[in-house]
Design a protein around this ligand. Sequence first.
Ligand code: ATP
Ligand code: MG
Length: 192
Amino acid sequence: MLNIVIFGAPGSGKGTQSDNIIKNYGLFHISTGDVLRDNIRRGTELGATAKAYIDRGQLIPDELMIDILASVLDSHKQEAAKGVIFDGFPRTIAQAEALDVMLAERGTAISTVIGLEVPEDELVQRIIKRGQLTGRSDDNMETVQNRLNVYHNQTSPLKAFYEQKSLYQAIEGTGSIDEIFARIQAAIVQLG
Ligand code: ATP
Ligand code: MG
């Protein structure tokens, strides 16, 4: 199995590059942001809980997020047979540790972590533009700074966590979508 974690700050292009990866490698895409937004749209109880955190730019609590991920994995065993691209998860060390356990229990492991590295001023520009184009409720000036702070405090320590396991591959996340995807393909190819 090819299990890829796509990692990076908000607005780094995780969703965009995940689309390219699933097309080329036939992996199953799990975007925790999309799962939560889908629940908000359908008016579920989970959606109501998630919206309160998302609109403030905060993370959903780990225990809840880990349960959600396990249930998505278990309900898509068939589609996930070739492997999974994890987009937006893990976002904390606790989530990363839980993911290792979950994958080990299912007889598999993370193959690589693709870290999309983008300068902060470009992240802010991209997010504001996406907010204008899509109306996404957390893509606005007020929430962006919170999301970046949360990223620096809670999520960015995962880079060292995965470096220690020799799983982290830094990818320059600027340039055209195709240029960035070519860099990702080169990183996947060298897994052998
Ligand atoms: P990108 O722009 O690169 O696609 P993003 O950070 O803008 O990424 P999402 O991944 O869609 O956006 O996440 C949106 C929000 O959903 C987060 O700010 C957070 O509130 C919540 N969320 C998503 N994944 C998690 C997670 N693993 N743990 C906790 N909260 C999460
Ligand atoms: Mg996304």
